[in-house]
Design a protein around this ligand. Structure first.
Ligand code: PEP
Ligand code: MG
Length: 613
């Protein structure tokens, strides 16, 4: 058995090296997710102390409690291992600083005094695992701090490390992300390992200067939410949480995907200049609000907004959107324990439809599942067992067809709001025509029931459209077009399912490529199926809000784009500089290519066209 001395030595020695150095600037690259510059102090949510309530257990629970602790240790080891595996992408000085720290953490998750002591406390004092861990960590920290040593900073650091690992264990034991987003001070840059879409929905863009996380991909729902809120953000920034220190200054460039911790004078100056340039650009784009989205040869393009939460409504008005092309209704189901009933839904839709004052609102029925599974369990929507592959499991329309009462309540609320303004209904994650048919039967049944009850339902029911966001739906688009009234191409999921790359997973984000020829060919097939029947078709995935992709999308025949409101001015600017026959020619050239890299080059070379003015 190792002696206590041998065990604690590396903890004491290694980080000393780091502490002896002056804190210095570290630049960390991540995925650019929401443009804008943020300058402010770091607020690291993973640093919030994990204070699980003290809990005792019965004598019969000791073994189970020790098992829980063992599982939390395994998970914590995995997390530390993952952090270590990412070290190589960091700048050398950051690696030097972090490696010993991670080694120290890994050591404490081995046969350490902390774990032995915690296990003993579970047995002897009948404490719950998290209480035992906290008590043991405090006892060790007290002993360390009582030592006589001139290196006070070193002792504090060692005690801090023990507490930190106890916090990680407690967090894993209680499966609680110990963060209170309400506490984020005004003007701070929020730093976290991961942010769920539901967390992001709670952020106040007026208070938070920027967001940076370790995990996450460019087109995950968290990214979409952050863009919607207009918060400059960088996700997938490896090594961030281990280098960031709460309260220390940082700058974040959401367009470049860069976070600079402890910026020096030059970096700070540069950030200030970029901030001013960004504000100037915004003011310039705002002037486009009243101008039509028409190509130079007179082809009108409809520009609509995607809406994640009602707080975005003022932004939509400012952006000059011609209606809402995708209302993601998931916000109604997030951050709550119960399900919103028909009345609650009606109230929410009424607010939105009335705010749009006669412009059309496309309401997508609940698209639950995938990334949102954790929260789904909390609100009792999904079965508790999410399955081995949640993205391929019971989600989107297939979940609603298994739980028709959810769909009925939503259809009823939408039909009732149809009196207040033009609405359309969109079905998520369609894979075959029968699903649309089944949904329509339920829809018509709900309409008949409402009419019987004397509720004013429009004679011609609002249109029922299908999202084209799976390869299956794209390739069966001709059959689905016979069942649906319109198509909305969801390029985020379409790219994910076509390429088998999770859109929210930072580890594979380099493979997530909506411009991959496979994705483009599916889009083309679905678009042509719709156009043949003169059926409306839009693009409402993140591709629709990228000004560089406008020539290609127009060239493919798309005339309606729905995007996060803040993207509308730039996309409009691009449209106003384009000629439709040039776009058609360009799209033909792109579609002849089979090499993804060549397509990237071609599209990027169009940048000068869409970025002039
Ligand atoms: C999509 O998948 O492209 C889409 C628009 O839907 P969501 O991003 O909400 O999954
Ligand atoms: Mg989708």
């Amino acid at each position: 058995m190792k002696s206590e001395k041998a065990e604690t030595k590396p903890i004491a020695e290694a980080p000393k090296k780091a502490a002896a150095r002056k804190p210095r600037e570290i630049a960390i690259r991540g995925i650019p997710v929401s443009s804008g510059i943020a300058i402010g102090p770091v607020f690291d949510t993973t640093e919030v102390p994990a204070e699980a309530p003290r809990r005792s257990i019965g004598a019969g629970e000791v073994e189970a409690e020790k098992q829980r602790l063992a599982e939390a240790v395994t998970l914590s080891r995995k997390q530390i291992g993952k952090l270590k595996s990412r070290l190589s992408v960091l700048p050398e000085e950051a690696q030097e600083e972090l490696e010993p720290l991670l080694d120290a953490y890994a050591m404490m998750l081995g046969n350490s005094r902390l774990l032995r002591g915690a296990r003993k406390r579970i047995e002897a004092e009948l404490l719950a695992a998290e209480t035992a861990v906290q008590d043991e960590a405090e006892a060790i920290a007290t002993i360390i701090l009582a030592q006589k040593d001139d290196d006070r900073a070193g002792l504090n650091r060692r005690a801090g490390e023990v507490r930190e690992i106890a916090r990680r264990l407690t967090r894993n034991l209680t499966a609680t992300p110990f963060r209170s987003l309400k506490e984020v001070p005004e003007g701070a840059i929020l730093v976290a390992e991961e942010l769920t879409p539901a967390d992001a929905a709670l952020l106040d863009p007026a208070r938070i200067a920027g967001v940076a996380t370790e995990e996450g991909g460019a087109d995950g729902h968290t990214a979409i939410m952050l863009r919607a809120l207009g918060i400059p953000s960088v996700l997938g920034a490896s090594g961030l949480t281990e280098s960031a220190v709460r309260g220390e200054p940082a700058v974040l460039d959401g367009s470049a995907g860069l976070v600079v911790l402890r910026p020096g004078e030059r970096a700070l100056e540069k950030a200030k200049e970029s901030l001013a340039a960004f504000a100037r650009e915004r003011a310039k784009l705002a002037k486009l609000r009243r101008l039509p989205a028409v190509t130079t040869d007179g082809e009108p393009v409809e520009l609509q907004a995607n809406l994640e939460i009602p707080a975005e409504l003022p932004l939509i008005a400012q952006a000059g959107a011609q209606g809402i092309g995708l209302l993601r209704t998931e916000f109604l189901f997030m951050n709550r324990e119960d399900l919103p009933d028909e009345e609650a839904q009606l109230a929410a839709y009424t607010q939105i439809v009335e705010a749009m004052a006669g412009d059309p609102v496309t309401i997508r029925v609940l698209d639950w599942g995938g990334e949102k599974d954790m929260e789904a369990q909390a609100s009792g929507i999904a079965p508790t067992h999410a399955g081995p592959n949640p993205a391929l499991g019971l989600r989107g329309l297939r979940l609603l067809l298994k739980r028709p009462e959810l769909l009925e309540a939503q259809f009823a609320a939408i039909l009732r709001v149809a009196e207040r303004g033009p609405v359309r209904i969109l079905l998520p994650l369609v894979t075959n025509p029968a699903e649309v048919r089944q949904a329509r039967e339920i829809y018509e049944r709900v309409a008949r029931r409402l009419r019987r009850k004397g509720v004013g339902v429009p004679e011609k029911l609002p249109e029922l459209g299908a999202m084209i966001e799976t390869p299956g739906a794209a390739l069966a688009a001709d059959a689905i077009a016979l069942e649906a009234d319109f198509f909305a191409i969801g390029t985020n999921d379409l790219a994910m399912y076509t390429l088998a790359v999770d859109r929210a997973e930072s580890e594979v984000s380099h493979l997530y490529d909506p411009l991959h020829p496979a994705v483009l060919r599916l889009m083309q097939f679905a678009t042509e199926a719709a156009l043949r029947l003169r059926m409306p078709v839009s693009v409402c995935g993140e591709m629709g809000g990228n000004p560089r992709l406008v020539p290609l999308l127009l060239g493919l025949g798309i005339r309606c784009l729905s995007m996060n409101a803040s993207a509308i001015p730039r996309v409009k600017q691009a449209i106003r500089a384009l000629d439709i026959s040039d776009c058609a020619r360009f799209a033909r050239r792109v579609m002849e290519q089979s090499d993804p890299e060549r397509i990237q080059e071609l599209v990027m070379s169009q940048g000068h066209v869409t970025e002039r003015n």
